[in-house]
Ligand binder design. Structure first.
Ligand SMILES: Nc1nc2c(c(=O)[nH]1)N[C@H]1C(S)=C(S)[C@@H](COP(=O)(O)OP(=O)(O)OC[C@H]3O[C@@H](n4cnc5c(N)ncnc54)[C@H](O)[C@@H]3O)O[C@H]1N2
Ligand code: MOO
Length: 446
């Protein structure tokens, strides 16, 4: 058990900036995230209606580069519904002209050769007949595709082109060339690239049905404190329902993680340690997030149990979310990053946004980064010197288009109702002691 008399977290001298703490988190997350395997997923698994697919590749991160097995487009094809022509059959001057209709280039099959001195109807996406050098859109003819009916009746028909057709035609006009999008052998996807909808579409267009992705980060969320109870349990004085487990789990789902949760409602370090080791063995997490039990009280179970395992505890110059713990747990399943968050629910939520998200997003392309906007502070605010304070705010659109940030309640870290109403966290800087209304400051969108 760690010596509690030496473990105060909040003296100004010990407090580090957010940036220093984010760097610490990166140091522990680096080896833990590198400890992930790769897995092969279908781009778009066919699942029975209503069933939830675990295996969808959307949003996942590639584990290996993928090169194009084919060119895109795979053949020269028409960009317009119109008529394929040879340039020698088109007058050089801008004047109307006619060409006998040699046929219709079929979709989904080779078009054959365009006879010299004729034109051939082509639809968008259909292969260009051999010998054709340009496509004239149907709008630049006088009868349009009505001529196709006559052709079907076996009549000999000509297509009458307007003078604009002659004026605008040139080699390659409205022909989408083979390989003009992607050349065969070109890199479609780099390693460590997010599978966006467009990336999935591109792989599918190249005939690829599955992709190798990095395993999701497996995160274990553990709420601590003997006062915690679960919904349905009756509450005795001093007890409360566990808000942190669902809150932290939801944020981690948003990070793209697979999440396991547990509540260890004990302030007895040995009991906590034993339950904690069982959870590690059962879930083999890459990341462990605990909530509570880390500040300066007499019963700080996480601090007491994990200090001996190399987890460090300190304070970040932010509010809420000052006390923080971090370390690398070295188990038989490989290194796991340990992040010990303060127990107050708002402190927990703020720490996830201001510290853990930036650290994760810098290492894992699958983790969405912080979203920041500029706002105008809507009313005068004060904040402690030397501390970066995050205030819960609602946003309304200001006259100049910049959102106005209006505080929802005060800065205290137990005000979860206010956090749930807020749309953003307004960032007050370390030297922002008195902030007049109208000041422009950044806010993190929730
Ligand atoms: N003497 C000092 N006291 C405190 C300091 C300090 O520096 N010196 N820091 C304060 C700050 S800031 C914070 S934040 C908290 C952090 O405390 P802990 O991480 O040890 O968290 P707990 O004491 O376990 O809990 C704090 C608070 O949150 C409630 N809680 C905890 N878990 C949950 C949960 N899962 N769901 C809902 N509510 C939860 C808990 O009941 C407490 O009310 O320490 C300050 N004190
Ligand atoms: O840092 Mo604590 O999170 O202010 O309440």
């Amino acid at each position: 058990m760690a010596d509690q008399s030496t473990s105060s977290t909040s003296s100004a001298a010990e407090r580090v900036s957010l940036e220093v703490h984010i760097a610490r988190l990166r140091e522990i997350l680096g080896p833990a995230l590198a400890n992930r395997r790769s897995e092969t997923l279908q781009l778009h698994p066919q699942v029975p209606q209503g069933a939830h697919s675990q295996g969808c590749a959307a949003g996942r991160v590639s584990a290996a580069a993928v090169t194009a097995p084919v060119a895109l487009p795979g053949f020269d094809n028409s960009q317009m519904d119109g008529f394929a022509v040879r340039l020698t059959d088109v007058p050089e001057a801008a004047r109307p002209f006619s060409l006998p209709l040699g046929g219709v280039a079929p979709a989904g099959a080779a078009a054959g050769e365009l006879p010299a001195g004729q034109c051939m109807a082509v639809m968008t996406g259909a292969p260009i007949p051999a010998g054709a050098e340009a496509v004239i859109p149907v709008e630049q003819t006088t009868e349009g595709f009505a001529v196709l009916n006559a052709l079907r009746c076996g009549d000999e028909v000509s297509v009458h082109f307007t003078e604009t057709a002659a004026e605008q035609v040139h080699a390659g006009r409205f022909i989408r060339q083979r390989g003009s999008d992607v050349a065969a052998g070109e890199t479609l996807l780099r390693e460590q690239q997010v599978l966006t909808p467009a990336a999935l579409g591109l792989l599918a267009a190249c005939g690829i049905s599955q992709v190798e992705v990095v395993e999701r980060v497996r995160t274990l969320v553990v709420a601590t404190g003997q006062e915690l109870r679960q919904p349905g349990d009756p509450l005795r004085t001093g007890e409360l329902y566990d808000a942190n487990t669902p809150l932290v789990a939801a944020v981690c789902h948003g990070f793209g993680h697979t999440v396991h949760t547990a509540t260890v409602a004990s302030d007895e370090p040995d009991e906590f340690q034993s339950a904690f080791q069982d959870l590690l063995a059962r879930h083999r997490p890459h990341l462990v997030i605990t909530a509570g039990g880390i500040s300066a009280g007499a019963f700080e179970v996480v601090r007491q149990a994990l200090s001996a395992q190399g987890v460090r505890f300190g304070a970040v110059a932010q509010q809420p979310g000052g006390p923080q713990g971090w370390g690398l747990l070295l188990g038989s399943a490989g290194p796991a990053a340990m992040v010990a968050l303060p127990g107050n629910p708002v402190s927990c939520a703020v720490s996830l946004e201001t510290l853990l998200r930036p650290a994760l997003a810098s290492l894992d392309p699958g983790c969405p980064p912080q979203r920041r906007i500029w706002t105008t502070v809507g009313e005068p605010l004060s904040s402690p010197a030397g501390t970066r304070q995050f205030r819960r705010v609602e946003l309304s659109t200001g006259d100049d288009g910049t959102p106005t940030a209006l505080p929802v309640g005060g800065p205290s870290s137990h005000l979860l109702g206010h956090l749930a109403r807020a749309q953003a966290l307004l960032e007050l800087r370390e030297d922002d002691t008195d902030v007049p209304a109208g000041t422009r400051r950044e806010a993190i969108l929730l």
